[in-house]
Design a binder for this molecule. Structure first.
Ligand code: ARG
Length: 276
């Protein structure tokens, strides 16, 4: 029997970057159409809503200084992966974003983090790494190199579970899978259609009780969500996820990040979690 008791939130520390220079002038994922105008003041207001929501929930938000020449910097989740205070830096697949990696690494060093690895292999941070109580779930296929998986396992000393992404709309793991409760290895939601047959089978074996999203909710980028163990902030258009989340004891909070969706990202992409 699945428990429906209210869940407990734990205070989190997030790293975000305001979309001051956000624009879509190139296309490195199917969501990006440089012909579609971005309403920058609206993008900023939507982003501020997300940040203010985290603050209202009692979380801490650190902010990175945006750079004019890096329009995708708002997608701060891609800049690193932090677990147990260890920082695995990113290495981006596309030249348009390459310089973001050094900006993140420099920020961590300036904050006093001493264990910062600038990786040899391509990995796009929390775009492709998701953290459960004891594992790292790791996406590959579009951005992060399969070789980044053993590199992450060696660095964090946590088992890495490689998952093959097969649908270009779900080019990062965090567009297709979200860890709801990171105090266990059991609570995730995901969209099976984003994964290869073998990876779907792996997910079924490891997460038999997972919340399985429909194509419609996945297409609203509903899996690009952030959970603090109780509150789940997710794109408001993913209406089909709200009831199943409530039935599991979570409190879904719908966010409108419509302008950032034009860059191919939503709640999670804008939020990197700093785990101690
Ligand atoms: N335009 C960005 C890119 O294609 C969006 C990144 C979204 N981030 C994420 N964590 N999925 O790289």
């Amino acid at each position: 029997m699945r428990s429906t008791a209210p869940r407990a939130a734990t205070p989190r520390r997030y790293l975000m970057c305001p979309p001051a220079h956000f624009r879509v002038t190139y296309s490195i994922n199917p969501w990006m159409d440089p012909g579609k105008p971005v309403d920058l003041p609206l993008a900023l207001a939507q982003w501020e809503d997300l940040r203010d929501r985290y603050l209202a929930l009692g979380h801490t938000v650190e902010e990175l200084e945006p750079r004019r020449e890096l329009p995708d910097m708002v997608f701060a989740a891609n800049g690193a992966t932090v677990v147990d205070g260890r920082v695995l830096g990113a290495r981006f697949a596309h030249p348009e974003r390459a310089e973001e990696a050094a900006v993140h690494a420099a920020w961590f060093r300036a904050q006093g983090y001493t264990d910062v690895l600038e990786p040899e292999h391509i990995n796009e941070g929390e775009g492709d790494f998701a953290v459960t109580a004891s594992w790292l779930l790791a996406g590959r296929g579009f951005r992060s190199s399969p070789l980044s998986h053993p590199e992450a396992q060696e660095f964090f000393g946590r088992p890495v579970i490689g998952l093959d992404l097969v649908d270009p709309r779900y080019y990062h793991l965090d567009t297709a899978l979200c860890v709801l409760d990171d105090t266990t290895d059991g609570e995730i939601m995901y969209y099976p259609g984003a994964f290869s047959a073998g990876s779907r089978e792996v997910l079924r074996r490891l997460f038999p009780d997972a919340l399985v999203a429909t194509e419609e909710d996945a297409a609203a980028l509903g899996l690009n969500a952030v959970s603090d163990g109780r509150h789940v902030l997710l794109p408001q258009a993913a209406v089909g996820l709200f009831e199943p989340l409530r039935a599991r004891g979570y409190e879904p909070i719908g966010m409108d990040l419509g302008e950032l969706l034009k860059g191919g990202g939503s709640v999670k992409c804008c939020t990197q979690e700093l785990r101690a």
